[in-house]
Write a protein that binds this ligand. Structure first.
Ligand SMILES: *[C@@H]1O[C@H](CO)[C@@H](O)[C@H](O)[C@H]1NC(C)=O
Length: 666
């Protein structure tokens, strides 16, 4: 962790009290936040019916996962269905109730990343120890049990003696009763160091829950005398273990949030009152909470250092600056929230981003974000001026850019201005420099995850500024390959990231490559175009037939631009969009290639799609880990399933890497 350390002064008793209360509330939050997403796999079951070759099932599947991730982001569970060319895909995702929201997102991401192993099966379900994900071809939501697919997974060694057996039976019975009795469909419990958790899906109803858990109770008894047992049923999950695996503090559910939050606040206030009565108690509390603070990556210090710094803006100030978030001031809607134009009292014009994530976990992440990106400065990155953390919602303040985003310049029908070659080249170069900086030019390594034309803002001199590298967060080393499942925009997503969730800076390089081709060709890489295929396919085809020059935007007059340079840039775009992450250049290499036209560079060899009628002149296309079905379907969205090399790029996953927070696509 690289959070700046800062001394907290405790000069007076009253500041002690304030700090004590402050850290107490922090410690509440941190219990909710810092737990285990429980992404270990308890069971994966793939349906036996396979989608026909060349069907459109995979794009529908990917869309479905996107929709579900939005629901999980909002409610920790959800159902959704997508009508696609290959038939309707129904999906259900649910996190177990004791997971915090952040852990829920991680768990969902892990399940989503694993589930494609079942493709091209038309149905699959995966049970992780913290969440469940299923897709199928019919509306299965109310299904309680399934005589064929319900299973039990028994693990661990045997425990001698009847005492263990008795405890397991009693605790299992007790959680089943509790889960059904309260109608909540969830319960945890412990008897003599045997722990159990019962969870029903929200869609099965109370009767369904009872039937499912009763069956599950019988199933896990069959695991005895093993240490652990899990029943994995169509409508529920039940687990017992000799190790405590669940979180004690239940995460607040959407419906009961005001009440639960009220309870927490009341508790904090009550404790605060007690502390006020006794200075000595407050002093003890202060030292104790100082310790908690240390254990929690100095979160408290981040908050207070923001509070004291010039980064801090008053909520009321920003409210007034934006005319109380007047809709007429709205200038954009990013994934993380809507953006308003504001005028500060000193006349400075700023962009105020209202974050959509506003519960406690996200506020934590938000502190991280501000701490992280406020230290980052580059001419090609949108500058963060500050934030407001104390009002009813979290706000970020950015520099205001009067011009629009790049997509409005290159794609819109009645565009205000047709960019000439020099301008386009400078935008490409500036974006490359900004990305190279994010990837390694500063102390932190940041993967943007969502490079696309609408995230490139242009100032009055048409200097590109990368936006929305907001909401960064750190994952442990073992999670660097996990996307939280909702970042990225189809069409810009690298194949290994799209399918496997493997996230490295080479995923940004891929997105950048798509962007380069779009800028030079003046056309969107529309992945769902039926007629002529995606832009990527078109350009690769032209490249293979030695007519790459035809790809250049026809609105650029032929004698207006140096065709050698245009071809060179297109080549670089192709290099960046190769299927294998390790064949793609790094952003630093890209900058060098762009600025030094004498440099030789390798020929792009590996298109990100296959079987498109392009003569396969070379055999450099590596092995394909999945079957041709997937490749056929993926070809429709312009990517291939060649991931043979993606693992090698993981060497660049440094444990301390910072990874972007999910960006929900509207
Ligand atoms: C049973 O659960 C364990 C622990 O998560 C897991 O390693 C194992 O793969 C599971 N067994 C099956 C058949 O899925």
């Amino acid at each position: 962790m690289t959070h700046k350390k800062k001394k907290i002064s405790s000069s007076s008793p009253s500041s002690c009290v304030i700090f004590a209360i402050f850290f107490f509330s922090l410690s509440c939050r941190c219990h909710l936040t810092l737990s285990d997403p429980r992404i270990s796999e308890a069971g994966l079951s793939c349906g036996t019916t396979k989608a026909p070759l060349d069907s459109n099932y995979v794009p529908s599947f990917i869309k479905e996962m996107e929709f579900l991730s939005q629901q999980v982001t909002a409610h920790n569970w959800g159902t959704h269905s997508v009508d696609g060319g290959g038939g309707t895909v129904y999906g259900l995702a649910q996190c177990f109730n004791d997971l915090s929201h952040t852990d829920c997102l991680l768990c969902y991401a892990a399940s989503r990343t694993t589930l494609p192993r079942c493709l091209p099966s038309l149905s699959a379900r995966i049970y992780l120890d913290g969440c469940f994900l299923r897709y199928d071809r019919y509306r299965f939501y109310s299904e309680e049990t399934d005589p064929v697919r319900d299973t039990v997974n028994c693990t661990g060694g045997n425990v001698e003696g009847v005492a263990h057996q008795r405890s397991v039976e009693r605790v299992v019975d007790s959680v089943v009763l509790k889960a059904v009795a309260k109608g909540g469909g969830f319960a945890v419990g412990e008897i003599d160091r045997v722990y159990a958790l019962a969870q029903c899906w929200k869609t099965v109803g109370n009767d369904g829950c009872r039937n499912c858990l009763r069956k599950a109770g019988k199933q896990v008894r069959g695991c005895l005398p093993k240490k652990e047992g899990r029943a994995l049923n169509a409508g529920c999950y039940l687990r017992y273990s000799t190790v405590k695996f669940y979180n004690e503090q239940r995460v607040v559910e959407a419906g009961s949030r005001p009440l639960r939050r009220g309870v927490i606040i009341a508790a904090v206030l009550a404790v605060a009152a007690v502390i006020m009565l006794s200075i000595s108690a407050s002093y003890a509390a202060f030292t104790k909470f100082s310790k908690i603070k240390k254990e929690n990556n100095n979160r408290g210090q981040i908050c207070s250092s923001i509070r004291e710094s010039s980064l801090n803006y008053k909520y009321e100030t920003l409210e007034k600056a934006t005319d109380y978030f007047n809709p007429s001031r709205k200038v954009g809607q990013g994934g993380a929230g809507s953006v308003f134009k504001g005028v500060l009292p000193n006349g400075k014009v700023v962009a105020v981003k209202r974050l959509v994530f506003n519960n406690r976990q996200w506020v934590d992440e938000f502190f991280n974000e501000v701490n992280l990106i406020s230290g980052i400065e580059h001419k090609n990155l949108v500058k963060l001026l500050g934030c407001s953390i104390e009002g009813p919602e979290s706000l970020l303040v950015y520099e205001f850019l009067p011009n629009k985003s790049l997509d409005q310049f290159i794609f819109e029908k009645n565009k205000t201005q047709n960019l000439n070659w020099k301008q386009r080249f400078n935008i490409i170069l500036g974006t490359a420099e900004g990305l190279a900086y994010l990837h390694g030019g500063s102390k932190m390594r940041i993967i943007h995850r969502d490079i696309k034309s609408s995230n490139i803002l242009l100032d009055e001199n048409l200097t590109p500024k990368i936006a929305d590298f907001g909401l960064a967060r750190c994952f442990g080393a073992d999670k660097t390959h996990l996307s939280t499942g909702i970042a990225g925009t189809l069409g810009y997503m690298a194949p290994e990231y799209l399918i496997r969730g493997q996230l490295t800076d080479k995923a940004d390089v891929y997105s950048f490559g798509v962007l380069v081709l779009e800028i030079v060709c003046g056309r969107r890489n529309n992945v769902f175009r039926e007629d002529s295929g995606s832009l990527l396919q078109t350009v690769w085809k032209l490249y293979r037939s030695n007519t790459l020059a035809e790809a250049v935007d026809s609105s650029l007059r032929i004698n207006e631009y140096p065709s050698n340079e245009a071809l060179r840039v297109l080549h670089i775009g192709l290099l960046c969009t190769q299927a294998s992450a390790s064949l793609r250049p790094s952003m630093t290499q890209v900058v060098n290639l762009l600025t030094n036209s004498n440099l030789d560079f390798p020929t792009p060899t590996q298109p990100p799609f296959m079987n498109t009628g392009v003569p396969d002149s070379d055999s450099s296309i590596r092995s394909y880990s999945t079957n041709s079905f997937v490749s056929n379907a993926l070809k429709k969205i312009g990517v291939s399933n060649s991931f043979s090399e993606s693992s090698s790029s993981r060497s660049s996953d440094r444990p301390s890497s910072r990874i972007e927070e999910p960006i929900v696509q509207a």
